[in-house]
Design a protein around this ligand. Sequence first.
Ligand code: GLY
Length: 584
Amino acid sequence: MKAPSFGIAVAAFALLGGFQAIAQDRPAPEAATGLGADVDAVSAQNFMVAAANPHATQAGYDVLAAGGTAIDAMVAVQMVLNLVEPQSSGIGGGAFLVYYDAATGEVTTLDGRETAPMAADGNLFMGPDGEPMGFWQAVVGGRSVGTPGTVMLMEVAHDRYGASSWADLFQPAIDLAENGFEVTPRLANMLNGDTATRLQTYEAARDYFFPNGTALAVGDVVQNQPFADTLRAIAANGSSAFYSGDLADAIVTAVQSTEENPGLLALDDLASYQVIERPPVCQAYRGYQVCGMGPPSSGALTVGQILGLLEHFDLPSMGPNSVDAWHLFAEAGKLAYADRGLYMADSDFVSVPVEGLLDPAYVSGRAQLISLDQAAEPPVAAGDPPWREGRLWAPDESAELPGTSHVSIIDADGNAVSLTTTIESAFGSQIMVDGFLLNNELTDFSFRPEVDGRLIANRVQPGKRPRSSMAPTIVLDENGEVVLVVGSPGGSRIIGYVAQTIIAVLDWDMDIQSAIEMGHINNRNGATDLEIETEMVALQPHLEARGHEVNVRALNSGSQGIHVTDDALLGGADPRREGVALGD
Ligand code: GLY
């Protein structure tokens, strides 16, 4: 059954009195988002694709309409996203794929995360004074560039689950690159201020984004012939055209030759890159299985902990108008992020107590720490899960900025793709090679290798993958069938965005568009953030009365989701960015 749209939901919400009789303080929902708020979820019967840009969604739609699989569509979408949303993701970065195979009912997770060069060590981001480098000082240049994983992830997934010709999947992006695409408001808005200053550090990006010294403007039509040529090479020769040969030479030369901040990436790092299949991490939640990407992502574990903690409270009957529900959501966030900071990193390098962190008895014990009346004083301490060796580690607060994108797809056979893909910060390392930007993913590592003699789990080590917060998610029902496909960009706040959408759909029967549009609340074991100019702001006095420190700020998610109901596939896209869902 289709749930009410956000506009209707908010009207009902106001009639009900909003957050305990304070509805009059709440602004209209249009103010919440600014980009076409108050739209209905898109309904379809056969297939659905939702991505962060209309051209990308259209490319995926065309592949699905021609009988391609969800994985085929994913390849086409990713290549177009690289072109039209270059600030967020692309072949110079990495990605995590959660895939549901309708024929077998299996969930598979593939890790295409970047790796640290073999020449890197724990001091990569430490300055000569023994202190960590400044964040942006570390980002701009070759030092922050990890071995990209996205091209190989696309190839491995396509080899296993694709049906269309590999080369054909590159044609939409090649055509757009050669014929030109229009600069969107979001891309144009990013070409000013400090971001613009950074992006003009190196010639290639400067010439592309600031032709004749002027920033690209909304509606400018841009061609990118070097990118079309790069895609033609990968289309013809597969990932070997990226990980060896001319492209690899160009990447390594660019990374090693940035004047002030040269990097360590070498040809051997590219030649030895591997996509890794990892066991999916699934958390039971009110009869559903919420499945996602395990370490090196903290996404599924932390979303799983938040949901596991909240299952001890009756959120379904509290509903979204309840201060209690949001207080509990913030408190669960504190506990889950505390464990994330201490225990979660690349499990090929450090022991991560994956099973223990979601152990029902452990989570139940942690839930007992939550008071309905009083906020815990942050930062709360991490717990002591079973199967842990993590007392070796010191807590870590690495940054993880929101230069990321999410794609949700279900094909006509019911196969599902949840792909979160990134070059880390906006425009990554700012280094552009052959028409695409290289990531700065290594700044997702802790800059410090240790604190007071205790090693940090997420420190830099050669060949290691930096901890991520990306949380591509697929939710299954009690029959093992897909109910929800969802994910978001947003740095370490991704986890809260995804958990909130899951609760809104599963516990409160909100339709997927309404769930995505709802104002955000987020707590990462510190202050409680409320999304500015949304209904959430009305929570501030109520949460403060329970002891929360509250910040009202932009919370810029970019969720794309598909909800499978008895009647239809419902697609939703986040109006905070430029996403679109399209189905048939
Ligand atoms: N770089 C964003 C993330 O991996 O969480």
